[in-house]
Write a protein that binds this ligand. Structure first.
Ligand code: SF4
Length: 363
C-alpha cells in the first residue's frame, strides 16, 4: 500500500491527484465553488483542486456566523515559495471574514528535523514576520498565533485523544514511523481542534498541500469520536509546486530545487536562470515546435505567485505554445518580478520583526 507521507520529500505527480480524490473521498472544487471564490487566484487557476466541508464555511458566511481558518508552519528554515502558498491562503480566508489561527509547529520541527526549540525559535520569529508582511492581521480579534511547545491546549488534546488511538490506526494512516512523529501528529490534531476548543464550535478550514491530508483525516476521525459537538474540520488542498530544477518537489536536500526569501538576490537570480523549462533546444526549434508551458517551472511560478493578471498569463501560455516567446526573455521577466517582490517583502518584514517577537514572547 502506498501511503501519503506528510514528512517525506517525495513529490506527487498529476495522476496521483485523481487517485487521492477518489481514494480518500476528497471533494472536487466545482464550477459553483470556483464562482463563489473567484477572487482567490489559487481557486481560479485550479491550484486548489479539492476540499473537505467547504460548504460549512459558505453557510457560516451566509448566516453571518463565526468561522475560522487554521494552518501553520514548521519553523525549520526560512520562507520559500511552498510556504508562501499556504500563507497567502490563510491571509485570503482571513480577508473573507475568518479568524485566523496560525501555529508554529516547533514540536514537529524537533520530531521531524531534530531542531531544538531554542533554534527553531529564531526561525519562528522570522517566519511569523514573513506572514505578517504578507498581510496577516495580528489583531487578537482576528488572529491567534501560538507555538506548539508553549500551548497547553494542543498538548492536552494530544493526551485526551491519545487513548482512542491505536498503533494500527497510525500505521494505516502514516505507515511505520518513529514514535515522535506519531506524537507530533496528535499535537497537530490539537492544533486543528484548538479554534473550536478556544472559541466554541464553528466551521474551520485548513488550507494545506495535499501531502498533509493524513493529518486532516486523523483529526476528522478523532473529532467525530471525541468532540461530537464540534464541526468536522474542513480543508482545501493545493497542488505542490515541483522543484525549480524540475525535480519532484522543492526540498532542502536539493538546494537548487528552491530558493528562500532570505537568500542573496544573486543566488535567487542564478537559481531561476537555471530553472527547468518546457523550452526547446534552440530558438529555431522553439519557433517551429513551440514550448511546453504545462511542464515549465518558469510558467508555474508565475502562475502560482508572480503574474496576478489571468489574461496576461493566458497570453504568455499561448505565446509559448506558438513559439513566439523565448525562454531567455521569459526567464528575465520572471527574475525581475521575483526580485522586485523579494525586495519589497524584505522592507515590509524588517518593520515587523519586533512585532513577531512580541507575539511569540521572545526577547
Ligand atoms: S517560453 Fe516561458 S513558458 Fe515557454 S517553455 Fe520557455 S520559459 Fe517556459
Amino acid at each position: 500500500m502506498k501511503f501519503m507521507d506528510p514528512w517525506s520529500s517525495q513529490g506527487i505527480d498529476e495522476a496521483d491527484y485523481e487517485r487521492l480524490i477518489s481514494e480518500f473521498g476528497i471533494e472536487r472544487i466545482d464550477d459553483v465553488i470556483r464562482q463563489n471564490l473567484k477572487e482567490n487566484r489559487f481557486i481560479r487557476r485550479k491550484i486548489i483542486f479539492g476540499h473537505r466541508s467547504l460548504q460549512n464555511i459558505f453557510k457560516a458566511i451566509e448566516q453571518n456566523k463565526p468561522w475560522a481558518v487554521m494552518s501553520g508552519i514548521k519553523p525549520s528554515g526560512p520562507f520559500h515559495l511552498g510556504t508562501l502558498t499556504t500563507a497567502l491562503e490563510i491571509v485570503e480566508f482571513q480577508k473573507m471574514g475568518a479568524k485566523a489561527y496560525y501555529c508554529i509547529a516547533d514540536i514537529e520541527s524537533w520530531e521531524d528535523n531534530g531542531i531544538p526549540y531554542q533554534e527553531s525559535e529564531k526561525n519562528a520569529v522570522d517566519n511569523l514576520a514573513d506572514i505578517l508582511a504578507l498581510g496577516l492581521d495580528y489583531n487578537p480579534e482576528k488572529a491567534y498565533i501560538w507555538r506548539q511547545s508553549k500551548e497547553p491546549i494542543v498538548k492536552d488534546v494530544c493526551f485526551k485523544v491519545g487513548r482512542l488511538v491505536t498503533q494500527n490506526m497510525l500505521n494505516a494512516i502514516y505507515g511505520e514511523k518513529p514514535f515522535g512523529l506519531y506524537l507530533a501528529a496528535l499535537i497537530q490534531v490539537g492544533d486543528i481542534t484548538l479554534p473550536q476548543i478556544k472559541d466554541g464550535s464553528q466551521p474551520v478550514i485548513v488550507p494545506v498541500g495535499i501531502d498533509q491530508d493524513p493529518h486532516i483525516r486523523l483529526t476528522r476521525d478523532l473529532t467525530r469520536r471525541y468532540y461530537k459537538e464540534f464541526f468536522l474540520p474542513g480543508a482545501t488542498y493545493h497542488k505542490l509546486l515541483a522543484g525549480l530544477d524540475g525535480t519532484e518537489k522543492m526540498s532542502k536536500r536539493n538546494p537548487n530545487s528552491y530558493f528562500t526569501f532570505n537568500e542573496p538576490l544573486e543566488s535567487i537570480e542564478k537559481k531561476i536562470k537555471g530553472a527547468f523549462t518546457g523550452g526547446r533546444r534552440n530558438r529555431k526549434e522553439q519557433q517551429e515546435l513551440g514550448g511546453q508551458p504545462q511542464i515549465c517551472m518558469i510558467y508555474k511560478i508565475l502562475m502560482y505567485h508572480f503574474e496576478p493578471d489571468d489574461e496576461k498569463l493566458a497570453q504568455e501560455f499561448e505565446a509559448c505554445v506558438k513559439g513566439e516567446l523565448m525562454c531567455g526573455d521569459h526567464k528575465r521577466t520572471c527574475i525581475e518580478r521575483v526580485i522586485k517582490f523579494i525586495k519589497e517583502h524584505r522592507e515590509k518584514k524588517e518593520k515587523l520583526i519586533d512585532k513577531a517577537r512580541e507575539i511569540l514572547g521572545v526577547d
